[in-house]
Design a protein around this ligand. Structure first.
Ligand code: ADP
Ligand code: MG
Length: 612
């Protein structure tokens, strides 16, 4: 037992199914060959008729007992053991690759097999062969597999794979049979889901929340989309009882109207308090303005940012802020904690979000009560991934936007540059704004494009009101704010990914587009056309247009793009490393195998929220 534990540790595995998923990379078959085949491994009964030493090598000639033919063999690194083993007259079952040379059969360095009629799986792991084999023998049993919740077909497939009676049973054209691969995909998905479920920890809520959202909904200048309403209903459901604090992630493309879901949640929390944290002060300010615009006047709203507050947060019903919130010692108790643009927070900051939630937790008895917790993210993930992640926390997807944004995406290259300049001038003439994204701030020999600093002179000479900012720019928020009011052209690096809304922005040029992941490109493209103005996204590249970029130009839907990202995961032209690799699976394909994940999910016995 203890020994097995050590071996599990070495293998870095945690569950029985982890072990069952370590499948043989090949098999050693010692069944006697019925018909000798050249070029293949043969297992044959043989008798030594001659043995001689030639230039330090041992040369042995056999006759095949069943076939009457001769086979000669050469052994290179010879020991006295070999001489003894292959004495003239001795009987063997020899195994090796059978080849023909000038009409003679040869088998180089055959093994003398002790036990015939046995198929031995070969595993490639960090363990010794005997160690992994005994682990599998010990733990991969029908009973154990049934206990894990697999059905008879799945159990049979795994048993065949680990303990085959014949190779035809498992292999087809040299790889696992399709039915077996299907089972392996399923087991992989199911095992992963089970592990995630084991990790989910729920706590009682501080209180149930059931505030009336009507005064807010009826006041809106538009009707909420079906998906917005569905997510709001999910959240109402979460809040309805206090035995479990909500833990939900709302994922929706840029512009899908997540703010309305945030505001509706604030209404549900009333008369109790809500806190909302945003990654930047610009975004916090924008949310503050929208809250003021849409929430009933009776809701008291406050803004907390480093160095400046707005409104009295101690009394407020709804406190919006940046991470400055974390330093307020007199932050009142809130029944609802929310985080916007969750994907923009770094890992360190995410830990502090957890601290914000914990700070609201109370420990009257043994089990702490927690506030309801909602996260909002604009990084669309494939449905399969959402299904998996919903084991850890509930996930709601908003896959549509309230109004069709008209953004035309095109790939361009050097010869298109003068047309591009003309287009930029036209947009500026209409009081619209232009954003140009460079791959680097300063010149580099590694990147075959001009940097921000190299190009700024060109733009500043040709145009007025050119603004420049980048990720390390301390003044970037001020620059962006000033640009929003007065600018024509903004030169930047990917920093503008941060969700600031620039309503007059209608044209974006992304230089060296092939270097970026599709998720990043999509975020950048999401900057233009926010208010329904017809807009353009130009992907500038010095290279031949790849299929990846071409397909990107054909869809505006972030969820489709998440799928494309999976499809082109191994594509050569992404260099920024931003690609969302997610969980690595050996058999399961997150892009293609939605059906498998649905089945695995159903087997878990969860409430099926992902039915079509
Ligand atoms: P997100 O945060 O998901 O990127 P926002 O909440 O900022 O998106 O919404 C984008 C824009 O769409 C805002 O101007 C918002 O007022 C508007 N909007 C939201 N919901 C609707 C709707 N149902 N109908 C029309 N416009 C909407
Ligand atoms: Mg938003």
């Amino acid at each position: 037992m203890e020994e097995a534990k050590q071996l599990f540790k070495k293998l870095k595995i945690h569950t029985l199914l982890d072990l069952a998923l370590i499948v043989p990379t090949s098999y050693n078959d010692t069944t006697l060959t019925l018909k000798p085949t050249l070029g293949q491994i043969n297992t044959l009964e043989a008798k030594v008729v001659d043995s001689s030493v030639y230039q330090g090598k041992l040369r042995v000639t056999f006759t095949l007992t069943q076939f009457g033919r001769r086979v000669s063999s050469m052994f290179f690194r010879v020991t006295p053991y070999h001489h003894k083993l292959f004495e003239v007259g001795s009987q063997h079952v020899i195994q090796g690759k059978l080849e023909e040379y000038k009409g003679y059969w040869q088998m180089s360095q055959p093994k003398s097999i002790k036990q015939i009629g046995k198929i031995t799986p070969k595993y490639k792991t960090v363990l010794k062969e005997s160690e992994i084999a005994s682990l599998i023998e010990l733990y991969v049993s029908e009973q154990n597999l049934y206990n894990e919740g697999l059905d008879s077909k799945e159990v049979a497939a795994l048993m065949h794979i680990h303990f085959p009676k014949s190779l035809e049973e498992v292999y087809e054209n040299g790889s696992f049979k399709l039915d077996f691969v299907k089972v392996l995909k399923f087991v992989e998905a199911y095992n992963h889901l089970k592990k995630l479920r084991g990790k989910r920890a729920d706590f009682p809520a501080l209180r149930a929340l059931s505030g009336d959202i009507k005064p807010f909904i009826e006041n809106l200048p538009f009707t909420l989309t079906e998906e917005q309403q569905a997510v709001i209903a999910d959240i109402q459901n979460d809040f309805a009882c206090d035995d479990k604090a909500a833990k939900r992630m709302v994922v929706g493309d840029v512009g899908s109207g997540k703010t309305m879901v945030i505001l509706a949640s604030v209404m549900m929390a009333m008369p109790h308090k809500s806190i909302l944290m945003a990654p930047t002060s610009l975004l916090a300010l924008q949310l503050y303005e929208e809250a003021q615009k849409h929430l009933p006047k009776s809701v008291k709203i406050a803004l907390v940012m480093q160095g400046k507050d707005e409104g009295n947060y101690v009394d407020a019903d709804f406190i919006i802020g940046t991470h400055a919130l974390l330093y307020k010692e007199d932050l009142p108790e809130a029944s609802l904690v929310m985080v916007d643009e969750q994907h923009r927070f770094g890992t360190k900051q995410r830990a502090s979000l957890e601290a914000l939630v914990l700070r609201q937790a109370q420990e009257p008895n043994e089990v702490p009560k927690k506030p309801h917790y909602l996260q909002f993210s604009a990084t669309p993930i494939p449905r399969t991934q959402a299904m998996m992640e919903s084991e850890l926390l509930d996930v709601s997807l908003i896959t549509t936007t309230p109004f069709e944004r008209e953004v035309l995406t095109q790939t361009i290259t050097k010869p298109d540059f003068s047309d591009l300049l003309t287009h930029i001038k036209e947009e500026i003439a209409q009081q619209h704004q232009v954003l140009i994204i460079y791959p680097l701030v300063e010149e580099s020999t590694e990147v075959p494009y001009q940097s921000l600093e190299e190009s700024r002179g060109f733009w500043e000479e040709k145009f007025d009101n050119v603004y420049v900012t980048h990720g390390k720019d301390k003044a970037k928020e001020e620059v962006l704010l000033e640009f929003r009011e007065k600018g024509d052209i903004l030169l930047a690096t990917t920093v503008v990914e941060v969700g600031i809304s620039l309503p007059r922005l209608t044209l974006i040029v992304i230089v060296g587009a092939e270097r970026l992941g599709l998720a990043t490109l999509h975020q950048l493209r999401g900057r233009v056309g926010r208010n329904g103005l017809k807009s353009w996204c130009y992907l500038y590249s010095n290279f031949k247009v790849s299929e990846r970029l071409t397909q990107f130009t054909q869809t505006n839907n972030g969820f489709d793009i998440a799928k494309l990202d999976l499809k082109f995961r191994d594509s050569g032209d992404i260099l920024d490393g931003t690609i969302q690799s997610g969980q690595k699976f050996k058999w399961l394909d997150m892009g293609e195998d939605e059906e498998v994940v649905v089945r695995a999910k159903n087997r878990m016995g969860s409430i099926e929220i992902f039915e079509e």
